[in-house]
Design a binder for this molecule. Structure first.
Ligand code: SAH
Length: 360
């Protein structure tokens, strides 16, 4: 089953003309959904009633999915996700818990910076990558999100704050490269000039390092930035933190990262969560600097966010600064990710866990 909010403009035009409607109607619908971010067909003032009925009856006979899968009484006519909890932190960060049409829950985070509004988007309900420090993966993967469900996180937040979102990071729940086709459609729609028109340069996709997908992504030439969650500079240590390291070695990741840089001209970022007495030694900094030189990568450091039941403690502030200095002395470009929203379960997947009852 399909959902018109997940259609590219070309696909939507095909569908609308197949209904015997003029092509410009597709563009109007697309603009309502993706530029004006309306939540319902009812709000689309220049769409004739007859076409709305046609779309609704197509939904009813199942040829296009504009009602929720289980056709619950609160009838929606284009896939829209619903905020069930919004928490605002002292630093202005807002954490949204969204309910999907089938009742599943996902998290999105709004971070406010001087240069604009960033939304951290989820790509799956749960995750099957199993990183030991991460809350999102504790119950495995429930399902992939659809393009509409990824897009609507940005649209609902835009409407909530009545401001445009300037930056998007695909760093919420899930592994985006494990939901690859959806990721590509999401990026196409999000950056399309007839839609939200978000600048490619302001989008970052983060992966734990699925190397075949990284190469495919490089060939796709989406123009977005790629971040790779490295977290350890050698395979042995990385395997203790990330099960995926049993499948892909750091040498393979390095090759894929080089390929990405050669194909796109865009430097990648290595994400590195500092865990006390685990990956924050001087030796680790040296090895990490070597890896960065091989690929021209930047480093994004973050003290690991402690997750209940995980037993990983963050490196203290002075340790974080020392690690940064060591990298910088070797000519590596380093940023420290500000820990926003700690007072509102800012760490990955924690707000949802509180709701599903696993965290008190
Ligand atoms: N699956 C993708 C994107 C989602 S996670 C990935 O692995 O990159 C986004 C980032 O948050 C990743 O770098 C991930 O390793 C990191 N992360 C997960 N749990 C964390 C925690 N408890 N503390 C700090 N960073 C964490």
């Amino acid at each position: 089953m399909q959902d018109i909010k997940s259609y590219t403009l070309t696909e939507l035009t095909e569908y609308i003309t197949s209904l015997g409607e003029p092509a410009f109607r597709a563009k109007q619908l697309y603009q309502w959904m993706h530029e004006k971010c309306v939540a319902s067909l009812d709000d689309m003032s220049n769409i004739p009633k007859a076409l709305k009925e046609k779309l609704r009856s197509d939904a009813a006979n199942g040829s296009v999915d504009i009602t929720p899968a289980d056709a619950t009484p609160q009838k929606v006519d284009i896939t829209t996700i619903t905020p069930v909890d919004i928490r605002e932190s002292r630093d202005g960060t807002r954490k949204y818990l969204f309910e999907l049409p089938d009742g599943e829950l996902i998290e999105s985070v709004l971070m406010r910076y001087k240069y604009g509004n960033t939304v951290c988007v989820s790509s799956q309900v749960g995750c099957r990558m199993g990183c030991r420090f991460c809350a999102s993966t504790m119950d495995g993967l429930t399902r992939n999100l659809t393009p509409a469900e990824m897009l609507d996180q940005i649209y609902r937040i835009t409407r909530d704050i009545n401001e445009r979102i300037s930056h998007v990071v695909v760093m919420g729940m899930g592994e985006p490269m494990d939901n690859y086709d959806t990721l590509i459609t999401f990026l196409r729609i999000l950056t399309s000039p007839e839609g939200y028109n978000l600048s490619r340069r302001n989008i970052t996709v983060s992966t734990c390092g699925l190397t075949e997908r990284i190469r495919e992504f490089a060939d796709e030439d989406t123009g977005v930035t790629l971040a790779i969650s490295l977290h350890a500079p050698d395979d042995e240590l990385r395997r203790t933190m990330m099960p995926i390291a049993n499948r892909y070695s750091i040498a393979e990741i390095t090759e894929a990262a080089k390929y990405f840089f050669d194909r796109t001209g865009r430097r990648i970022t290595y994400e590195y969560a500092l865990v006390r007495d685990t990956n924050d030694s001087e030796e680790c900094a040296h090895k990490l600097a070597d890896l960065c030189r091989q690929t021209g990568a930047h480093v994004n450091l973050i003290p690991v966010n402690p997750v209940t039941g995980r037993g990983y403690a963050p490196t203290a502030d002075d340790g974080v600064r020392a690690f940064k200095n060591k990298l910088e002395k070797q000519g590596i470009n380093v940023t420290i990710r500000r820990e926003l929203g700690q007072d509102i379960d800012g760490a990955c997947g924690q707000l949802r866990k509180r709701y599903t009852g696993d965290l008190r």
